[in-house]
Write a protein that binds this ligand. Sequence first.
Ligand SMILES: [Zn+2]
Ligand SMILES: [Zn+2]
Length: 387
Amino acid sequence: MAARPDYYKTLGVDKRASADEIKKAYRKLARQYHPDRNPGDKEAEARFKEISQAHDVLGDPEKRKQYDSGTGPFTTGAGPGGGFGGFGNFDFDGASMGDILSNLFGGSASGRRVRTKPRPEKGPDLEASVSITFDQAVSGAQVPLQVPMRASCPTCRGTGAKPGTTPIVCPRCEGRGIETQGQGMFSISQPCSRCGGAGTVIEDPCPTCQGTGAVRTVKKLRVNIPAGVKNGSRIRLAGKGEPGRNGGPPGDLYLITKVQASPTFKRKGDNLEVEVPLTIPEALRGADVKVPTLNGTKTLRVAPGTAHGTVQRLRGEGPPKLGGGGEKGDIHYRFVIDVPEDLSEEQQHAVDELSRTFGAGDPRAKLFGNGGGASTSTAARSGGESS
Ligand SMILES: [Zn+2]
Ligand SMILES: [Zn+2]
């Protein structure tokens, strides 16, 4: 075969290499493959011959010019065991296996590019519950709060590296953050097993945080509880969560309010409800009664003959509506008739008198249709007997 040898490849130099570079490359290789240093090694001997031949041509400006122009009687002329194009040449083309693989997959000749900054990440959100009184829920309050969270390590400022040292470029992936296994079509790229994809590794971990870059702290905050929160309201405090990573923004803090029950006011949606007891005479005759509001008291006019369970509203006297632009709920006053369990003798007489004035009218007559159903025999059987 008359294949034209690639002398540049043999010497591992560029086609534009200077005479000096060629000389240096030749000397280095000649020393390495010299028969005196490799006694009995046929392959080294063959290599030595190729190298010498290459230098013969490229080391001579005249011959080099001829060779470059593609003329001249240059053939392989390889000695015993010689083989241009054998795998032995591989070391000389200036590329490592890793470069070839990364070129196949990264598509970029700069496979060694170091990823300088990992992607910024928003810090995690936190949730905390805060106990407040009913009054605080209605009028809003500023309350102290202690939130356990991860914080950037003060010793290493979050780098995880011992002070005075810095994380080094990961030696396994050379900063790419991925590693490639296998060859050609069957290779797989995955996050680097050494650095987990960060591209850097810490050789001397920070003693405070053991290299994690974070410490657990309890952050003391004063948080503003908006007026009108309910039991179980979820309040978002933007940016009060855990710090972000790699320069990312902090997460948010969510407060869940636990509102202590009020003995007087009950929450019904946006409104409050108050039970207002009335005496029997008040319910019968009507009355002006004093009722509590959120800011003091008001007087309600109870109409004569008010039934148990009647509701009167005071509009806009309730708590502010959350996010309602200053709008307020109502207070519902629900009248309940206070029936005494024991009567004094005087009261007993009065009730007897009253009873007489109501005569024989039966308020339950309509329950039985046609008005004739409520007989005395039915009353006699009212002891819980059922049929
Ligand atoms: Zn790595
Ligand atoms: Zn640290």
